[in-house]
Ligand binder design. Structure first.
Ligand code: CAO
Length: 463
């Protein structure tokens, strides 16, 4: 029997008590140096711990869900070649001797900055927030006008261990197109294989031009020497805008959008809002139209649950509609750094005053750039209100993987014909963009009609 060594968690920067999300090996597995042993996932990063040497797994010391820190034992490995192996030479020959974690640390650092990254950031904070460990990707999804908000949400980006990422890269597969079947939708090697298989079978079905059909096959972007026509100023796009732009583009291209326009008579609601604001003065919470709108929206989402949903593909390429039984609503906030989308959780369980308070607190945090990633995640539906600014209608872009977004424009008094005469009523324009794969035009019209009814008579929100 060869020498037994305990492999421990190497230096993983500032992280401690990090949950193990995946164990890639089993007792008796023959492994090579650099093969992934386990994956950890903090709220900031996925970290792959590679084997420091070749050998056989003799004991696994962790299971998914365990929390580990630097020095925690991972596994006992019987090393393959105690004679010529440099790692084996560097340690004691006692059974269960300690592996040289320095070597392992070195590998982690090398791989983290080389081609085979081992650390993948999940954070969505400001640009200056650099972790202790070099990161491969940062997910920052606020948005730039004029179109839609995009939330920060780790689920938007596929997460997978470095070995799976490497495997996908070798096959030229975009992991973001795959919904993983592992824990927390983690993409597994099998998911990548199934995806490739499904792609090949589609190509066989569609004939030899399938690869062109699957892409957009567009003309190249026009390149113009603008300086020929007059003086210029060149301004680089912020990193946030560049990343948000990619998300907007994906959502715009991949979701068949339709926008349904409607109007709600909010004359009575506005009167109620003003009265309530006068009464609430001491509480120092301003009841905004948006807080009432959120409350009304919940009534419509409960009546039409497919608007609070997401499309989800499993490993076999079958599509399901995930209907959410929670009501977390994102709202776009305009800040000097661009658009961000904080999320109010469990809006159905909150009153208008609590919603208004949270709207105001989250808007302040958004404008100060202090929102935490989790405060921008988990929305089932988003509202984008330009009502405080102006305009009559717009076509917001849906925040994937949501299936609809409500745009709100500026309310204005309009003459409405009632009982044989025109009367002035305060009319709020609504613009609902929806994913036509999930929602039919008739359902969208019913949804906005219902929402308009509730806004006209907020008592309906109580039913
Ligand atoms: N019609 C008419 N007036 C409206 C209105 C509407 N639909 N919505 C708000 N207003 C009024 C408010 O009543 C308020 O006036 P008073 O001070 O007299 O009460 C004023 O406009 C300003 O409102 P507000 O901005 O303080 O509050 P809000 O709840 O309307 O908006 C927020 C909050 C965070 C949504 C807003 O500040 C914001 O950032 N909006 C921009 C969002 C955006 O850019 N979306 C586009 C995304 S697509 O690229």
């Amino acid at each position: 029997m060869g020498e037994l060594k305990t492999v421990r968690i190497p230096d993983i920067g500032d992280f401690s008590d990090v949950p193990v999300i995946e164990v890639f090996v089993q007792n008796g597995n023959q492994i090579n140096a650099e093969d992934s042993l386990i994956a950890l996932e903090s709220d900031k990063a996925t970290i792959d711990i590679p084997a420091p040497f070749t050998g056989m797994i003799r004991e696994i010391k962790v299971k998914p869900g365990d929390k580990v820190s630097e020095g925690s034992p991972i596994a006992v490995i019987e090393i393959a070649d105690t004679g010529g192996n440099a790692d084996a030479e560097s340690v004691s020959r006692k059974p269960d001797s300690e592996a040289d974690s320095t070597e392992q640390n070195k590998r982690i650092k090398e791989t983290a900055s080389g081609n085979a990254p081992r650390v993948i950031s999940h954070t969505a904070q400001n640009e200056s927030d650099k972790g202790a460990i070099e990161t491969e990707e940062k997910l920052i999804y606020p948005v730039s006008p004029p179109i839609s908000p995009v939330v920060v949400d780790a689920s938007i980006k596929a997460h997978a261990g470095p070995s799976v990422r490497r495997f996908a890269r070798e096959l030229g597969v975009n992991l973001d197109l795959i919904t993983g079947s592992g824990p927390k939708h983690r993409v597994l090697k099998e998911d990548v294989q199934a995806f490739v298989k499904a792609g090949f079978s589609r190509m066989r079905t569609n004939g030899k031009n399938a690869s062109v059909d699957m892409g957009l096959d567009l003309l190249p972007w026009p390149r113009v020497d603008f300086a020929r026509y007059g003086p210029l100023e060149i301004k680089s796009l912020s990193r946030i805008k560049q990343i948000a732009g990619a998300n907007l583009h994906r959502n715009w291209v991949m979701i068949p959008h339709v926008t349904q326009f409607d109007e709600a008579d909010i004359t009575d609601l506005e009167a109620l809002r003003k009265e309530s604001n006068a009464a609430e003065k001491q509480a120092a919470v301003k009841l905004t139209l948006l807080s009432f709108l959120m409350k009304a929206l919940i009534a419509s989402l409960k009546k039409f649950p497919e608007f609070n949903a997401s499309l989800d593909k499993n490993a076999n390429g079958e599509t399901n509609l995930i209907i959410k039984r929670y009501y977390h609503i994102g709202f776009a906030v305009d800040t000097i750094n661009g658009l961000v989308v904080p999320v109010i959780r469990d809006v159905d369980q909150k009153g208008v005053v609590a919603i208004a308070r949270e709207l105001s607190e989250l808007s302040v945090l958004a404008r100060e750039g202090k929102l935490k990633p989790e405060q921008m995640q988990g929305a089932g539906f988003t509202i984008s209100s330009l009502g405080g600014i102006g305009g009559t209608a717009f076509t917001p872009i849906i925040n994937a993987p949501e299936v609809a977004i409500l745009g709100v424009s500026k309310a204005d008094y309009k003459p409405v014909y009632r009982d044989g005469q025109f009367v002035p009523r305060l009319i709020l324009p609504l613009s609902l963009s929806y994913d036509h794969r999930v929602i039919d035009g008739a359902a969208a019209a019913r949804f906005t009609s219902h929402l308009a009814e509730v806004l006209t008579d907020m008592r309906l929100a109580l039913l």
